[in-house]
Design a protein around this ligand. Sequence first.
Ligand SMILES: *[C@@H]1O[C@H](CO)[C@@H](O)[C@H](O)[C@H]1NC(C)=O
Ligand SMILES: *[C@@H]1O[C@H](CO)[C@@H](O)[C@H](O)[C@H]1NC(C)=O
Ligand SMILES: *[C@@H]1O[C@H](CO)[C@@H](O)[C@H](O)[C@H]1NC(C)=O
Ligand SMILES: *[C@@H]1O[C@H](CO)[C@@H](O)[C@H](O)[C@H]1NC(C)=O
Ligand SMILES: *[C@@H]1O[C@H](CO)[C@@H](O)[C@H](O)[C@H]1NC(C)=O
Ligand SMILES: *[C@@H]1O[C@H](CO)[C@@H](O)[C@H](O)[C@H]1NC(C)=O
Ligand SMILES: *[C@@H]1O[C@H](CO)[C@@H](O)[C@H](O)[C@H]1NC(C)=O
Length: 444
Amino acid sequence: MVMNFVCFCLASVLVLSLGVSSEPVEDKQALLAFLSQTKHENRVQWNSSTSACDWVGVECDANRSFVYTLRLPGVGLVGSIPPNTVGRLNQLRVLSLRANRLSGPIPADFSNLTLLRSLYLQYNEFTGPFPPSLTRLTRLIRLDISSNNFTGPIPFAVNNLTQLTRLFLQNNKFSGSLPTINSDGLDDFNVSNNNLNGSIPGSFSKFPESSFAGNLGLCGGPLPPCNQFFPSPAPSPSEPIPPTTSSRKSRKLSTGAIIGIAVGSAIVALLLLLVLILCLCKRTRRPPKQQKPFTPMTTRDVPSAEAGTSSSKDETIGGTSTEGERNKLVFFEGGIYSFDLEDLLRASAEVLGKGSVGTSYKAVLEEGTTVVVKRLKDVAVSKREFEMQMEMVGKITHENLVPLRAFYYAIDEKLLVYDFMHDGSLSALLHGKLLCFISSLFRA
Ligand SMILES: *[C@@H]1O[C@H](CO)[C@@H](O)[C@H](O)[C@H]1NC(C)=O
Ligand SMILES: *[C@@H]1O[C@H](CO)[C@@H](O)[C@H](O)[C@H]1NC(C)=O
Ligand SMILES: *[C@@H]1O[C@H](CO)[C@@H](O)[C@H](O)[C@H]1NC(C)=O
Ligand SMILES: *[C@@H]1O[C@H](CO)[C@@H](O)[C@H](O)[C@H]1NC(C)=O
Ligand SMILES: *[C@@H]1O[C@H](CO)[C@@H](O)[C@H](O)[C@H]1NC(C)=O
Ligand SMILES: *[C@@H]1O[C@H](CO)[C@@H](O)[C@H](O)[C@H]1NC(C)=O
Ligand SMILES: *[C@@H]1O[C@H](CO)[C@@H](O)[C@H](O)[C@H]1NC(C)=O
């Protein structure tokens, strides 16, 4: 490990000392064309007399011969992406233009970004159909085009993206039915708040309800079944049901219906009983004064009563959870982050400070986002308790206080995620105070 690092350093020094002031000439032209043809708020200043590899938001390969990543989140880019600009960066691995005011369709020449692994275009004002150019980027691992104004159907050709682990399409205006997408490799999937209708293909049943919420016409899978008491229709609803049925068939159907209704009522009664028992248990366990139930943005966390139904494939990260559920980062409303625990663990971290309640790190995510992560130590409370306290802390908003954006709970690991602020001293002070407050809550 250390040797590798030393070798790498030596190699870098060698490259530099050989006077390689090389730079990606063509990529540089493409970048300059992009910035000059796109309206922006002058928050990005690229000096054309320096190497593009040293520009803000740009990273090159080790040889400085290609641009590998372009990250310009929240820099006030306005209008459509001009063709023949970004699309020319054909060695690009990561492209993040999220949280700008980019509009119009995605240029067709994005299909030339064939090496792209991560594409983040969320929180813009893009319109048009699902960009056809994207279904050719077969190496994509993460695709996030959520919170835009895309319309029309989600194409079956999404199946071309065989490497995808994350597909975020929520908060758009996609319509029609969900195509059957091979979801074996997908860890995160979200199509909530679109105009989709029809039944959810069976391959999606492993995702939580919140992945599909806000589509008035969707049914089945984690959502309520398409027809009460009867199983949801087969994945291919286009198959017409024969209009004429023989008397024998219809008699059979009616017995089936009776059995269905009986079984259905029994299940409903059981569920009601379960809910009643749960409510009673909760009431006896909790103190009388109650806040309203915790509603985090990521609701992968299923209530313990339903935990048994979650797929056995879901491994628990960071310790044994008694409820057998997969622990996830829980985000509070109001943030614009879209990363997960894996991203956080992969992020390059730098220790900011150590305190009595734990260590804080500055974490730079692969995507370019920087956050502060606090790793709490000696906090021995139940998940429920922790979540309740976090809900309280998450609600505290004050102009001088760095807001808590997310938290993570596992038996042997508790993390808090904050915005990263450059005025380190002030925020550290406030963090310190807040953390003391938090720890006092847990020790009380
Ligand atoms: C661009 O970089 C050159 C060389 O480093 C420097 O002399 C010049 O002042 C810079 N221009 C701007 C506008 O910063
Ligand atoms: C850098 O360039 C050399 C020669 O052009 C090549 O052999 C090497 O593989 C390149 N390294 C990288 C990391 O691209
Ligand atoms: C992709 O790049 C090739 C050359 O590298 C070019 O001929 C082609 O027009 C580009 N495709 C699009 C859609 O711009
Ligand atoms: C989407 O379009 C509607 C009008 O069609 C507009 O009011 C809304 O602001 C747009 N949303 C975004 C995120 O651009
Ligand atoms: C699927 O990907 C292949 C390249 O692997 C491409 O030739 C094809 O056009 C893509 N299909 C669609 C519908 O984009
Ligand atoms: C879904 O909506 C589309 C229009 O967006 C409509 O044509 C289609 O019939 C609907 N399908 C179902 C199953 O409701
Ligand atoms: C899906 O997106 C919606 C809207 O942003 C969000 O409320 C929900 O928690 C998300 N669900 C998952 C599983 O990511």
